[in-house]
Design a binder for this molecule. Sequence first.
Ligand SMILES: Cc1ncc(COP(=O)(O)O)c(C=O)c1O
Length: 398
Amino acid sequence: MQLFNSNFTEVEGGLFSSVEKADVGNSYQQLGKQGVDLLGWADPFYPDRCIPSNVLSASINALSSNKPTHYTPPVGNENLKKEIAKKAEKINHLKLDPERNILITPGSDSGLFFAMMPFLEKGDEVILPVPCYPNNIQNTKLLGAKPVYLKLKEKEKYQINAKALEGLVTSKTKMIVLTHPNNPTTTVFNKDSLEAIRKVVLKYNLVLVCDQAFEDFTFENEFITPASLSGMFNNTVTVCSISKGMGLSGYRVAYIMTNDHFMDKYYGAAVSVIGATNTVSQIAAVEAFKNPSFMNTFETAYDYRRNKAFELLNSVPGVSMIKPESGFLGWINVSKLGTAAEVQSYLIKEARVFLNAGNNYGPGGEGHLRIVLGTYKDNVRMYEILKRIKEALLKYTS
Ligand SMILES: Cc1ncc(COP(=O)(O)O)c(C=O)c1O
């Protein structure tokens, strides 16, 4: 008898086969032990110490109180939700009632799965602009739905093509999952892209799940929150996190923001699906939201690194890189040199650096590598690594 539900047929955790992904199995960590610089986890300043002093003090105070051994309510710490509502009003232009429109989740990975869960069933179609965060593809399949890919094009700066988007809608389309800014391409979706999504969502009454884990650092381009666009709040679930912008990935704190009707389902299911998010982490997160000035130095470092990567990698014949528009990632086109896997394994051997193979990010990702420019605290170290990558790629092409 087949015990597993058919949605899990393709799922492999690396126990019985080798899975070439940074976040599955332990081959990634093994490479680190062999002295390879690991630039494959979107984890700010990994593995260096980067805890802001105010967040550290808040964590220690929380640990010393009587609170750590007790649950926080499944929907989240009320003070944290109040702070998030303030940020949402200022940055996202959303006016939220913390008691009705915000739910705290243990990270946005589980938050995203939970966000999609009440809506999807077998046969539903989910439009995914690709390349995209791989979880969007896996989550869609785990929930029995079918991914339908909207291929973002480099020559269109990875923005949404309105005609192509509407062309994918069928009677089975239920949802669009947008990672905004995008991982891996770093694209900050512009007004036209978001207007195209708005039109389709409202015309066909779809749900937009918008992952804004990277919303905090969006260099030249204006960041617009889709849920704030006219009519969209009732059809949008916004998922944010303190992992990327605040560099607090180990705290496992993220949040869902949405309208009362959707939130009623989330609040009702929260106790059985997420239980509750870590009590100490939520208290420390309150301090991070109240005093986020530590993020300024992060932004300066990321800006420096993206400019250096852009300059160094674009100077290699046959290699091109769009200037990162957000956060601390980079998306490198190496298709003139070989497949993503070929160039990836060459760089592990020659430059002693691990980058992510682009084919894991869905259609359109082949021939590309993703680099996490936010690795390590030291800018000089990152610059040295970038130079090593450049030298190795120059050798590859000569
Ligand atoms: C686009 C995107 N969304 C969500 C996440 C999940 O982050 P967390 O679960 O730490 O909030 C990640 C992590 O890499 C990500 O890249």
